[in-house]
Design a protein around this ligand. Structure first.
Ligand code: TYM
Length: 331
């Protein structure tokens, strides 16, 4: 079976972007692939040095992934920090990553702008740690959203440089979405992608209650509607159609699309429909996650078992990496 790796940072509640960019594909891949899915708690430290909420957040990410359909019997679920071999590979890969390319990374530039008081080296080498996460299991496929594309390209470069300098060890990992374009779920305010930290009212979390979901959807940015048939669609309206096509029936989306083209669309009606479809989509996941979250010991056991399996795989790679680099005299 081809090997798959992906991770989610434990920096807060998961949202619709995480679901459609990543988690949905985790679930779809769990039967046919050898899957390693983890909570990226080390990565979280690059932006969230305060660890008071970390454990809660880690367990929340795990519960929501299982609620979304991941089966701990079929995939390996673990926490990044429980697999120290990742840190060793990260160290080795750091010698193959250049300051210039790291400084040019889009996510680094964004984050450095957001937290000028804490532009730490972990932030700069974030893509190297991410490459180590992936290469430690010698993965071929990495199900992620569009925002991770550049990181995957860097992981391929680091893998190639390692192979070239020390000998063939790593396949070139690919960002994966079943042959389709990588997904980018937009935020509800018409500005950028949905994200954990930006405008909270424009982000739909998997933990939101029904009334909050309705409130957020009804506040999504619209205007008074097209005045003539076949008008050009503004981006923020296109985004709402995009989100609707994720959770509503195709016939529903088509109806509103033709209303738009006839210039007869009523955005209030469209948002009401979207709100109800969104509630129907999110509420069962929320309920299952809440129930799973109550069994903290059970969640911990899943992670412990996962870490054991992940370390076995990681140790095989690290042994090879040490041998190829020429460090085996350390034993
Ligand atoms: P993170 O924690 O920001 O997000 C987890 C996953 O959700 C996807 N995602 C989105 N997809 C579509 N539309 C959106 N609006 C949206 N927002 C988030 C992300 O693309 C991601 O797949 N660097 C990673 C975590 C990571 C990782 C890895 C991933 C660390 N090591 C190794 C894969 C392999 C991140 O910050 O994801």
């Amino acid at each position: 079976k081809p090997i798959v790796v992906s991770g989610i940072r434990s920096t807060g509640q998961l949202h619709l972007g995480n679901y459609f960019g990543a988690m949905r594909n985790y679930v779809r891949m769990q039967e046919e692939y050898e899957c390693y899915f983890f909570v990226a708690d080390w990565h979280a430290l690059t932006t969230h040095p305060d660890t008071k909420e970390l454990e809660n957040s880690v367990l929340g990410v795990l519960a929501e992934n299982i609620a979304a359909g991941l089966d701990p019997e079929k995939v390996t679920l673990y926490c990044q920090s429980a697999v120290p071999e990742i840190a060793e590979l990260y160290l080795l890969l750091n010698m193959l990553a250049y300051q210039g390319e790291l400084e040019k990374t889009t996510t680094f530039k964004d984050k450095a702008r957001n937290q000028p008081e804490n532009v730490n080296a972990g932030l700069l080498t974030y893509p190297v740690l991410m490459a180590a996460d992936i290469l430690i299991h010698r993965a071929l496929y990495v199900p992620v959203g569009k925002d991770q594309e550049q990181h995957l390209e860097m992981a391929r470069n680091f893998a190639q440089r390692f192979n070239h300098r020390y000998g063939e060890l790593f396949p070139g990992p690919q960002a994966f979405n079943f042959g389709a374009e990588l997904v980018k779920v937009p935020s509800l305010d018409g500005a950028g992608k949905m994200s954990k930290s930006e405008n909270q009212l424009a982000t739909l979390y998997l933990a939101d209650d029904d009334d909050l979901i309705r409130k957020k959807v009804m506040k999504a940015k619209t205007d008074s509607g097209p005045t003539e048939p076949n008008s050009e669609m503004p981006d923020y309206i296109r985004n709402i159609f995009g989100i609707m096509s994720l959770v509503s029936q195709e016939s529903t989306v088509e109806k509103f699309r033709s209303d738009f083209n006839n210039a007869s669309i009523r955005y209030g009606d469209m948002k009401k429909q979207l709100a109800e479809d969104m509630v129907a989509f999110i509420s069962p996941i929320r309920a299952r996650a809440q129930e799973l979250r109550r069994d903290t010991d059970g969640l911990r056991r899943i992670m412990e078992r996962g870490a054991e399996a992940a370390r076995e795989s990681a140790q095989r790679t690290i042994r090879e990496a040490r041998r190829l680099v020429g460090l085996e005299y350390l034993k």
